[in-house]
Design a protein around this ligand. Structure first.
Ligand SMILES: Nc1ncnc2c1ncn2[C@@H]1O[C@H](COP(=O)(O)OP(=O)(O)OP(=O)(O)O)[C@@H](O)[C@H]1O
Ligand SMILES: O=C(O)C1=C[C@@H](O)[C@@H](O)[C@H](O)C1
Ligand SMILES: [Mg+2]
Length: 232
């Protein structure tokens, strides 16, 4: 059932004009988000980047100077600002779903897509970026995979409660993940009463070329295609 994907403002509702990507640290929200925005012709924003801009320092510096609480306050401000806009793909910082106000705002103003991945996948993805100043919760941690697994478990309920749709990206390429997100959004848009598709329809005459490109992409991604799973 996708009823609660609609704006809660009565009949004639349509799907929200934003897409929000949530999920565990390192799952690929920023990487997939940029590509998704390009593919859908939407503007990409990343709440971590908005916080860095507002604070004038890296996430790690902010944690060190003012603590996680200040980071979370700026993160909530960033989400509020993003949710006042439309036409965005919003990559949401990994821990933002722990605040109910963030979840409420995101669900009301975006289709919320949870990108998930098993702990080994997460560990392999963050491996290269552990010391880039963006993930203070992993700094100085010996067993990054165990820490990521623990955080993912702690946040599993919050993630499930926040998501309209979940996509398992374990072992999937970014291209396959973006394809699965588009497929899920298209499905939701078609099912939404009076909803307009979030994915632009192909222009007349483009249909065959687009279908051929889709078939080619699907064939390439078939081996590792993640399965979207809709939630109420
Ligand atoms: N599907 C994928 N397959 C392989 N590598 C990926 C994939 N998605 C992302 N990566 C790589 O994993 C790393 C982490 O990705 P990214 O920064 O997008 O994660 P994130 O979810 O935004 O993390 P954070 O919550 O910390 O912001 C990057 O180095 C990226 O290139
Ligand atoms: O999972 C988390 O709590 C975090 C994820 C990152 O996106 C950053 O928002 C920050 O490193 C905290
Ligand atoms: Mg990110």
């Amino acid at each position: 059932m996708v009823g609660d994907v609609h704006r809660a403002d009565g009949p004639g509702q349509r799907l929200p004009d934003n897409v929000a990507l949530i999920g565990p640290m390192g799952v690929g929200k920023s990487t997939a988000g940029r590509k998704l925005a390009a593919r859908l012709g939407l503007v990409y924003v990343d709440t971590d980047e908005l916080v860095i801009e507002a604070a004038g320092r890296s996430v790690s510096e902010l944690f060190a100077a003012h603590g996680e609480g200040e980071f979370r306050r700026l993160e909530a401000d960033a989400i509020r600002a993003a949710c006042e806009r439309t036409g965005l793909v919003i990559s949401v910082g990994g821990g933002a779903i722990l605040r109910a106000e963030n979840v409420e705002r995101l669900r009301a103003n975006a289709v919320v897509v949870l990108l998930d991945g098993d702990p080994l996948t997460l560990a392999s993805r963050v491996g290269r970026g552990v010391r880039d100043g963006s993930r203070p919760l992993l700094e100085g941690v010996e067993d990054v995979a165990a820490r990521l697994a623990a955080l993912r478990d702690e946040r599993a309920d919050a993630h499930a409660g926040a998501a309209h749709v979940t996509i398992d990206t374990s072992g999937a390429s970014t291209r396959a993940t973006v394809g699965a997100i588009v497929e899920a959004l298209t499905g939701l848009a078609r099912e939404a009463a009076d909803g307009e598709p979030l994915v632009p329809e192909a222009a007349d005459g483009d249909e065959d070329a687009r279908a051929a490109a889709d078939r080619e992409r699907d064939a390439r991604a078939a081996a590792d295609r993640p399965r979207p799973e809709a939630h109420t």
